[in-house]
Design a protein. Structure first.
Length: 100
C-alpha cells in the first residue's frame, strides 16, 4: 500500500502551523515566519497561514516599539546618572563597593 501523498502533505502543513504557533509562543518570530510562509507558499489560500503571518508581523512591530521604549528609558537613566549630583554619588558608591 502506497502512502496517501495528499494526506501526508496536509499533515505536514498542519504540523508546520502548529510549530509556527509554538515559535510565536516562545517569541521566536523569525522561525515562526519561516514555517508560516512555507505553508502559505505551498497553499496560498490557507487562511490559518495568512492569519499567522499577520499575527507575526504585528508581534514584530510591537516588539520593536517595546525595544525602542526600553532603549529610550535606559538612555534617560544613563543621562541622569552621569549629569546629576545624585547620579554621580551613586556611581561613586558603586566604584567604592567594587574596589573593596
Amino acid at each position: 500500500a502506497s502512502p496517501d501523498i495528499p494526506l501526508l502533505d496536509s499533515l505536514i502543513l498542519k504540523s508546520r502551523l502548529i510549530r509556527s504557533r509554538s515559535f510565536i509562543g516562545r517569541n521566536m518570530l523569525r522561525n515562526a515566519m519561516v514555517d508560516a510562509k512555507k505553508v502559505a507558499s505551498q497553499n496560498p489560500n490557507n487562511k490559518d497561514a495568512l492569519k499567522l503571518i499577520s499575527e507575526i508581523k504585528a508581534k514584530e512591530t510591537h516588539n520593536k516599539l517595546l525595544d525602542k521604549k526600553i532603549s529610550k528609558e535606559v538612555c534617560r537613566w544613563v543621562k541622569k546618572a552621569t549629569t546629576t549630583a545624585e547620579g554621580a554619588a551613586a556611581i561613586e558608591r558603586m566604584d567604592d563597593e567594587s574596589s573593596s
